[in-house]
Design a protein around this ligand. Structure first.
Ligand code: 5GP
Length: 195
């Protein structure tokens, strides 16, 4: 007998500039049933970012109060700003049997792994370090100091790919998105196997 389909928690990490947002956009185009875990952040919105869709943008006191009220599955301070995953948003999606994607940094992913070891943990790498640094410079959304911090952190993050069960190199956005979809399908198939 096949079991009812349970939702899958999918964690996607990768250094700043690796193209996570573009890959995710393609992923949601390819499979509109996938849900995205909208994080809370104290970082100011970038042009084009929409509150409640890109992030829930909150003040630092609001964020600290959310920590106090244990609203986060995990939270971390990344590049001087707080970021956190809503426990309720994730649990609600999983309870409804939906697959939900968390785009979070490596510290957050380590936390989630401890709480939800049955998640699917995917790390996106660039084709080369040179290309990553070039993409970060070309993005131009940061001050010179912000850029230097992101470049340094990106190199450190790259070294942590080994902690992930799945690593995918982002040579081509469409291919990367399709590879991730295949990983999700394989994980569902594995879980449907009788034990
Ligand atoms: P950005 O400011 O470029 O949107 O994101 C900066 C970093 O914060 C990225 O590595 C992103 O994955 C991470 N991030 C975004 N949301 C969360 C979150 O809820 N928790 C954690 N731990 N990291 C997050």
């Amino acid at each position: 007998m096949t079991q009812p389909r349970t939702g899958l928690l999918i964690v996607i990490s990768g250094p700043s500039g690796v193209g996570k947002d573009t890959v995710l956009r393609r992923l949601f185009e390819l499979d509109p049933k996938l849900k995205y875990s909208v994080s809370y952040t104290t970082r100011p919105p970038r042009p084009g970012e929409v509150d409640g869709r890109s992030y829930s943008f909150v003040s630092e006191p609001e964020f600290l109060s959310l920590i106090e009220r244990k609203e986060f599955l995990e939270w971390a301070k990344v590049y001087d700003h707080y970021y956190g995953t809503s426990r309720r948003r994730v649990e609600d999606a999983l309870d409804r049997g939906e697959d939900i994607i968390l785009k979070i940094d490596v510290q957050g992913a380590a936390f989630v792994r401890r709480r939800k070891p049955d998640g699917l943990f995917i790390f996106i790498t660039p084709p080369s370090t040179e290309e990553l640094l070039a993409r970060l410079t070309g993005r131009n959304t940061e001050s010179a100091q912000g850029l230097a911090i992101r470049q340094r952190e990106a190199l450190i993050e790259l070294g942590l790919a080994k902690d992930y069960e799945h690593v995918v190199c982002n040579r081509d956005v469409d291919e990367t998105a399709r590879e991730i979809l295949a990983m999700i399908a394989a994980e569902h198939a594995r879980r449907q196997q009788p034990v």
